[in-house]
Design a protein around this ligand. Structure first.
Ligand SMILES: Nc1nc2c(ncn2[C@@H]2O[C@H](COP(=O)(O)OP(=O)(O)OP(=O)(O)O)[C@@H](O)[C@H]2O)c(=O)[nH]1
Ligand SMILES: [Mg+2]
Length: 299
């Protein structure tokens, strides 16, 4: 990376906030050009604060992807919402992401929270690939009437449309500052965490109803062999015995498919062959148990 002028270099923190499923993690991945956050078509995918670092010749932007803000129904949900709220203070800008439709209840609830924020708030209207241009103006008007956004930027996180403008505008709001992280670092996440997330993504993708949200993944063993192969053993935790049978599937077929899909992505991430072993275990009501939530890295 060619750093242009160290004296005018800008840097700072930017949070991505919004209700579940609007495309926050997709945006982060597109900006970085690499998949560091898991994405599914189901709401409440992200459960932790995910940091992604974008270094440009004249600026370093540290993005914080957050869990979707929703009405929590258990302690896991509460910690997720708390994680999102914590990302609202001490940042240089907040990207409030919505879908290209009129404000929903969930959006309005987030805007109420944003009224207490001290940082400039951008409205990011995502998924513009799903609507016609003329449908966008009334959406912008509706949101504009509800909050004094500093900038309004329509994007398609999936297609990469509007991303350059977004980065340019974000840089305008960053203070002059140091290069906080090495310019080739894109996240602070440990490989172990990313591997557990990959497996959780596949389970979420390949199961239905309450199962995707009842699952937690833990890496139990990680061994790097001399020939370069990494042998990983993971536990998938679910809340009830009945869910165990569903995840395993008829003759173990579903679990096998989940494992194959996860292994392919893990090999891409680690750039080597992976041997993956998965155990499905019951941890009763873990989503409502603070001790278990802590153990699983959720608080
Ligand atoms: N058509 C379209 N779909 C998108 C776009 N961006 C994201 N999606 C889809 O929207 C769904 C949710 O994406 P995520 O990135 O997981 O959304 P999120 O806001 O991080 O969701 P949570 O982590 O649950 O809060 C996925 O199916 C994405 O493929 C987009 O620009 N266009
Ligand atoms: Mg997400």
């Amino acid at each position: 990376m060619n750093i242009e002028n160290i004296k005018d270099f800008r840097s700072g923190y930017v949070s991505i906030i919004g209700r579940p499923n609007v495309g926050k993690s997709t945006l982060l991945n597109t900006i970085l050009g690499e998949k560091i956050a898991i994405v599914t078509a189901k709401p409440q995918t992200t459960r932790n604060r995910i940091m992604g670092i974008k270094t440009l010749p004249h600026a370093q932007i540290i993005f914080i992807d957050t869990p979707g803000i929703h009405k929590p129904r258990h302690k896991l949900g509460e910690t997720m919402v708390r994680t999102a709220m914590n990302a609202l203070s001490e940042v240089d800008a907040i990207l409030f992401m919505v879908e290209p439709c009129k404000p929903l209840k969930g959006d309005i609830a987030v805007m109420d929270i944003l009224k207490k924020a001290h940082s400039p708030v951008f409205l990011i209207i995502n998924k513009i690939d799903t609507v016609r241009k003329q449908e966008l103006l009334p959406v912008i008007d509706k949101f504009k009437g509800l909050y004094p956004f500093k900038e309004i930027i329509p994007v398609s996180a999936i297609k990469g449309d509007g991303i350059d403008i977004l980065l340019e505008k974000v840089c305008d709001y960053l203070p002059v500052g140091p290069i906080y992280y090495p310019d080739d670092l894109i996240t602070d996440q440990l490989e172990r965490f990313m591997v557990s997330e990959i497996l959780r993504e596949k389970v979420m993708d390949m199961t239905e109803e309450e199962i995707p949200h009842s699952v937690a993944v833990e890496v139990e063993r990680w061994e790097e062999r001399e020939d370069g192969l990494i042998s990983i053993s993971c536990n998938i935790y679910i809340e009830r015995e009945g869910q165990k049978a569903i995840i395993i599937g008829k003759s173990g077929k579903l679990l096998k498919d989940i494992g194959s899909a996860a292994r392919i992505d893990m090999e891409k991430l680690l750039n080597t062959k992976v041997f993956l072993e998965i155990w499905v275990k019951v941890k009763k009501h873990w989503r409502n148990d603070m001790r278990l939530l802590k153990e699983l890295g959720y608080s």
